[in-house]
Design a protein around this ligand. Sequence first.
Ligand code: FBP
Length: 262
Amino acid sequence: MIPHADEAITRDGKSLILAYDHGLEHGPVDFEPNPATADPDRVFEIGTHSAVTAVAVQKGIAEAYYPAYEDEVTLLAKLNGTSNLWMGEPNSAVNWTVENAAEVGADAIGFTVYGGSNHEIEMVEEFRDAQEAAREHDLGVVMWSYPRGQGLKNATTPDTIAYSTRLGLELGADITKVKYPGSPEAMSHAVNMAADSKVVMSGGSKTDDQDFLSTVKSAMDAGADGLAVGRNVFQRDNPEQILDGLEAVIFEEASVKEALDV
Ligand code: FBP
């Protein structure tokens, strides 16, 4: 972690990353609730909302669509990713080099590490190469730290999520993205284990406005530095409306009730 390396993708030290790598990770099924979002242009438009500090996409989407939005959207290049068609032990192909991401205009890289997988060693070594190249190009580093695989029965226990944030710190991420561990106490422990590096909560599958904003509020009150969210924004009929509420909770310390009313 280097102080300020994440500045381009944060606002007042916090972030709201709009993740849109689902076409690769989950497939077209994720666009069914809001079919317009199969079109990357629609999601880059959503990404121009003032709440969004960066949009995370894979290489093909960035190359084809980002040039039209480079003045309005900050790009987070998600370097690795695997389709849901892969049935093996959790692993993630590196689809994009840091050099190419920098050329396309990225301000930060994103990289998944599946701690506990049979492929953990190679994934961490791939992360090392990407992290060091990101430093050379002055790009922030965001780790999607998702323990899974082998004998890991429950990937969201408090101890596992605290280990996830610690992996981010130990391996050199500026921001580590983790699943919500179920309670503010557990989130606070995970944030403490990340020391001075940042922690953002992963959005998860779509829930209703009240539940989602309440979970985000709990995570923020527990010391999280923001959110990296996909489905809970783009699967809604009105993504901009939930972004208004998220902006209030994350950047303006609003209550859930206030956020629901904006
Ligand atoms: P969501 O907010 O939709 O959960 O997106 C966050 C994210 O990390 C995406 O970047 C990624 O595509 C997806 O979740 C992977 O989720 P999982 O591997 O748990 O299915």
